[in-house]
Design a protein around this ligand. Sequence first.
Ligand code: PEP
Ligand code: MG
Length: 579
Amino acid sequence: MSVLKTYRGVPASEGIGIGSIRVYGYIDILSTIPSDCKAKDKSLEEAKLSRALSKYKDYLASLKRVLPPTDWELLDAYELMADALVNEAVEEVRSRGVCSELAIKAVYEKYSKMFRESGSELIALRESDLKSIASSLVELVSGERAQGATLIPGSVLVADELYPIDALKLARQGINGLVTRRGGVTSHVAVIARNNDIPYLIVPSINLDEILELEGKQAIVDSIEGKLIVNPSNDLIEAYSARLKCYKRLKEKAKRYAFLRATTIDHYSVDVLCNVGNVEEARIASTSGCDGIGLFRVEFLYMGNKPPSSDTLLNVFHRLAELFKDKPVTIRAPDLGADKPVPYIKLEEQNPFLGLRGVRLLLEYRDEILKPFLEAYLSVASRVNNLRLMLPMVSRVREVYEVAEIIERIGERLGVKDPSQRVSLGIMVETPAASMMLDKLAETSYVEFVSIGTNDLTQYVLAVDRTNARLSKFYSEFDPSVLRTIKITVDQAKRYGVEVEVCGEMASKQYAVPILVGLGVDGLSVNPPVVGLIKYTISKLEAKELKNRLVTRLLNLSESEEVLSEVKKYMSEKEIETI
Ligand code: PEP
Ligand code: MG
């Protein structure tokens, strides 16, 4: 009998897919090229390269004929990259006398190293595009096939890694779900999956042997809760099929709400902002109905071998401000340390989550990290009107004063008038200390808004490591202790006229919406694909009733399970469709 197995994963494109597994594999053709491969006749090798390039362009053109124009941008970029790669490969043949395959590999390796060292997650991910092009060109010059693929429409595809160009082909053939071991939620593959409504889950814990053994097995890709279920029972498949039907219906409905203001039945408006990690995601978010950016995770720019240059920061901030024009764009100061370590700051701590992280780290490394960041931020923010600055992991009032003073000094140097008054400054409430001291933090007069980071707040209120999979049953944002902490935070913020939002994952959960709206938050910052769903849910609620009836009851419960079941009951009574 086949045994059911569940893998945890990161949803990169939301949805549910059911089907039998096909394993998609590559032979790494670049690694098979001998390092002493010489050109017997240089002009023959050059001719091979130019024939391979023109065949590759024909192939891209044929894909263009079958794919929608929305995908052409990627194909055009591939064509440009292939042109540049072959041009340099010709130079390699001429100058070093190597064969055309080795010439392509040498150019690929040169750029791949540069990409990796750039430190940009976005660029590092594009390295897989370059590898795909180089492999295809080598295939064409050597006449070999690099890919072994079994493509059956309706299947769940599992791969170690997938090239974007193959994702395009697969999307065209119609697959029900996609799972890869490697990849990123911001990769081209993720964008293609989202655009084509293919549930896509990244499962880093699955190993290569396990992938090969999956061929032909039944599977469910639950890219809402982040689960890959292999060998599910018939009952489970039936339950998921019913869920899938509801999900599709609700998704269609939610689309109609994405571009409307989110207002409850009793006219209480809630901003539905978005969480993004790079400019490309922000661009998608700007066309998804987001009322602005509630959290820009700038730290992705800091993940390389050194902090980003001032030009990179200026460019990113400008583009973000441009994309959203008069809607707010909240840039979080680099939240480094703990689960976001950087190689150039060696901390070696026993308890990194209780160590130097967030604003604490920024103040320790003020010359290396904080000041250059604030300089770039201030010089853009003083010329546009929609940027907001947010401090992560605040736990002491003095941290706000210290940052404000640095802002003041940098602002003066840049010729900005009243810098700390001009900067729209907010803090994240991620520690119980920030919640308890919110009155004092608000009294500093620097804090214009607070955003509750429920991912960390839950970890610190419950003393449960958010990254420890074994503890996941103890980690819940629906725990009454977390709800009480949020209530204290919101009440204090309101007392001091400070806007209050929630930007942790909780805000993207449909069952959390009645609670957070009932507690009185002004905004929810969510993942872009759920904007419509969250706005739909808000529009079906009545804020006064939530506050007086639901929330009071929830705050008196003892367990997160009870909270969830009460909310589910309430939403079903109100005939709110849920996923
Ligand atoms: C949070 O802690 O809720 C949050 C939004 O920050 P991050 O998940 O990036 O730590
Ligand atoms: Mg956090």
